[in-house]
Design a protein around this ligand. Structure first.
Ligand code: KIV
Ligand code: ZN
Length: 529
């Protein structure tokens, strides 16, 4: 019964999630993924629990075919689908690529609107209908799991769609996908069209009706939800809504909307919601396509509250201004971005989250500095607050200062660094280390000096001025035990900027946590100079 849309105990029907991040998503300008990256994304989609992964378009290149093949062999759980135009050569390549999957699916498509048939295919509708039928019959020799898409369906003549879809179902298609290829549809009209196709086409009741919505008018998710209400049982969508032009319907938005508003929709998916945030970040990191901060469900600000009234309300009871718990999607706890309107309650709460427990007097000092800063800088993030505490509540000098730095690197030498630091008591400590590059070597040398095996979680460098002598600003995210900290450093020498950033982070870490973090190891490292 599942293949036709199972009914859950609570009476809600199952919606199949067809993820095309690796096919339509990878068509996003600039979003090329390497072979290994595609496999990493596919594995994560498996953990996320999507029902079908469209792994690629194998005929497009030998590399694409190989990646689809690897995914088909390695990723268990979801059906693995490959795209093919309605020609035998494409179908052969697609089948070759997916035949080792647990549950392979062939996805065949051909233009169906007059615009596509006249200008792209330059062929008569009847001839193209026969081609579609032949292609499905051809695919049928390999598998019974065949999806057919009449491309540009929302601009096609509906009478032609009836005839075409009935014929491809007779030829063996088991999923009929209605693509809104150019994002032309509007919800009510699209929903009504889906209902008519479902009701009028003989054989439709034995297939899964699917939709594939693009976002050119910003309605891809709404159109998909409207289609579900009108009989679609599969939705094609991409992580973070990436895809051709303005993208495709965002998978996470559809799934979370169905979940949060189940009282309205009464449909369910088998998604593992806890993996949504991780998947979103992975896709963003590997494709290089940033998630807009105001993006629904996974944007940085989706759980941030800026106005004082909202922050106060959320601290009293999250439900006042939050309908999605960040925990549902495996995101971090609700994040507050403080502003000039934030009250003491919100500032104190954020300080506690950062590990600072201030008395009333200290809070007053920090709150006054916070208000001054918030007047100049609209949004105050945790790092800003942390800097305020370090600047105003700690009069002490940095624990470690850079005294001397020398690095060696080159195509034929092992990267190495010698570092000498001065401790606040005036002692000098020197260490030498090797690494995968001069910066790694320098960081290893600092770790040797402090005896603290700090790990580097993120490294970013930016030119903050222009020209070849530009100042480079390095930002590092460092982790030690259960704390993470950000360090920043600038210099015209990027290795020095990197070392300064690391020391900045290290000093913050030690100031916040006290010198108990320093192991005895460094006591024995008094320098010779
Ligand atoms: O947008 C589209 O029409 C497609 C088809 C291949 C389904 O991506
Ligand atoms: Zn598409």
């Amino acid at each position: 019964m599942d293949k036709q849309g199972s009914i859950q105990g609570n009476g809600s029907e199952r919606i199949f999630l067809f993820d095309s991040t690796l096919r339509d998503g990878e068509q996003t300008p600039g979003a090329r993924l390497s072979h290994e990256e595609k496999i990493e994304v596919a594995r994560q989609l498996g953990r996320l629990g999507v029902d079908i992964i469209e792994a690629g378009f194998p005929v497009s290149s030998p590399g694409e075919k190989q990646a689809v093949q690897e995914i088909a062999r390695q990723v268990k759980g979801p059906a693995i689908c490959a795209l093919a135009r309605a020609v035998p050569g494409d179908i052969d390549e697609a089948w070759e690529a997916i035949k080792d999957a647990e549950n392979p699916r062939l996805h065949v498509f051909l233009g169906a609107s007059d615009i596509h048939m006249q200008h792209k295919h330059k062929a008569d509708p009847k001839i193209l209908l026969d081609q579609a039928v032949s292609a499905v019959k051809y695919a049928r020799q390999f598998t019974t799991n065949i999806e057919y898409s009449p491309e540009d369906a929302t601009r096609a003549r509906e009478e032609y769609l009836y005839e075409l879809i009935e014929a491809v179902i007779k030829a063996g298609a088991t999923t009929i996908n209605i693509p809104d290829t150019v994002g032309y549809a509007v919800p009510e009209e699209f929903g009504a069209m889906i209902r008519r196709l479902k009701e009028k086409i003989p054989g439709m009741d034995k297939t899964i009706l699917s939709v594939h919505c693009h976002n050119d008018l910003g309605m891809a998710v709404t159109n998909s939800l409207e289609a579900i209400k009108n009989g679609a049982r599969q939705v094609e969508c991409n992580i973070n809504g990436i895809g051709e032009r303005a993208g495709n319907a965002a998978l996470e938005e559809i799934a979370v909307a169905l979940r949060i508003r189940q009282n309205y929709f009464s449909y369910h998916t088998n998604l593992n919601f806890q993996e949504i945030y991780r998947t979103s970040r992975l896709v963003s990191k590997l494709t290089g396509i940033a998630v807009p901060s105001n993006k629904a469900v996974v944007g940085l600000n989706a759980f941030a509250h800026s106005s004082g009234i909202h922050q106060d309300g959320v601290l009293k009871n999250k439900e006042t201004y939050e309908i999605i718990d960040a925990g549902l999607i495996g995101g971090t706890a609700a994040q507050m971005c403080l502003t000039a309107r934030s009250g003491r309650h919100a500032v104190l709460d954020q300080l506690n989250k950062l590990g600072f427990f201030l008395d009333d007097q200290q809070l007053e000092v920090i709150y006054n500095h916070f208000v001054n800063l918030a007047d100049k800088k609209k949004e105050i993030y945790p790092e800003d607050l942390e800097a305020l505490v370090l600047d105003h509540l700690s009069a002490t000098e940095p624990l470690y200062k850079l005294d001397y730095l020398q690095t060696v690197s080159g195509s034929k030498s092992i990267p190495a660094a010698v570092i000498r630091l001065i401790k606040e008591d005036g002692n000098k400590i020197e260490e030498m280390a090797v690494g995968s590059g001069p910066i790694d070597a320098a960081y290893n040398a600092i770790n040797k000096i402090t005896g603290m095996p700090i790990t580097l979680e993120k490294y970013a460098i930016n030119a903050v001025t222009h020209g070849r002598d530009a100042l480079g600003e390095v930002q590092v995210n460092m982790a030690y035990q259960d704390r993470t900290i950000t360090g920043r450093g600038t210099s015209t020498d990027i290795i020095e900027a990197s070392v300064k950033a690391y020391l900045n982070g290290l000093n913050k870490l030690l100031k916040i946590n006290g010198s108990d973090l320093i192991s005895n190891h460094e006591q024995t490292k008094l320098a010779t100079s």
